[in-house]
Write a protein that binds this ligand. Sequence first.
Ligand SMILES: Cc1cc2nc3c(=O)[nH]c(=O)nc-3n(C[C@H](O)[C@H](O)[C@H](O)COP(=O)(O)O)c2cc1C
Length: 305
Amino acid sequence: MNLSVKIGKLKLQNPVTVASGTFGYGAEYARLIDLNLLGAVTVKGIRLNPVRGNPTPRTAEVASGMLNAIGLQGPGVDGFIKKYWPFLKELKVPTIINIWGTTVEEYAEVARRFDALGGVGALELNVSCPNIKEGGAQFGTDLKLLAQVVAACRKATKLPLITKMSPNVVNIAPFAKAAEDSGSDALAITNSYPAMAIDIETRKPKLANVTGGLTGPCIKPIAIKLVWDAARAVKIPIIGMGGIQSADDAIEFLMAGASAVAVGTANFYEPQTALNVIAGIREFMVQKKIRDVHELTGACNGRKA
Ligand SMILES: Cc1cc2nc3c(=O)[nH]c(=O)nc-3n(C[C@H](O)[C@H](O)[C@H](O)COP(=O)(O)O)c2cc1C
């Protein structure tokens, strides 16, 4: 049975990774799950310099999901390389580094620095964070800026590039195509949805940042549609995510057109979720006599990866 998939030239032993920002820098989960069983470890977003993030409270629970406004807190490129890379580089599975910047040049510089590091599996360009004033979603919702960021990173590195798409667009197809045409090797769909919750006793927003990003099971059907729409617009592989809690959820993303999936919010309440998803996909394939996981990609409409 083949569970391995390729994201550009990066080979994953199985199609399941974890979503950026929900799994720290890998090390934090090492006592809870065997990281070497994952397809890849995807780490929290990194920009050039350290970032303090937003004031607290930064998270709030909502029905079937959560809101967050972390504000892309992180150690910066040098801090990451010093503190987290020694652990990550020893893993048997590749690391996907989620990167961002406030200018096109900064994205490219971060890509260049990780290219020079050696041993990185792939870079995921976060052009879709709803929780920061500069950078993030402003790039992912402007066709011209999106193309510029991807093209600049393409020039800066030979590493596989995954563009993390914003859901906050009327039609994802032209954005998916722009990322592909500018040199992206894959797409990650989707980031969180801009959202808000209010404490009716205090009459205040539940997040100090006022608004945040909505994730978890409540976004899954919307994310499935985004993957479905994007899969019709591009030929490059898609990593599907948004509310995955089980193998059934993951298989739905594959059938919509994804080649791989990422588990996000579920890591917070059940760190074993990604491993359960891998086991469940294998079991489904045995039951249905499917030999190659690629057969599931686009199976809903017959589209093959
Ligand atoms: C607390 C938190 C932090 C996140 N940080 C990032 C990040 O740094 N970069 C990024 O591209 N996405 C980030 N995301 C978005 C996730 O990677 C993922 O796209 C989203 O949560 C949808 O998947 P889920 O519903 O399974 O959580 C974050 C999500 C959460 C909940």
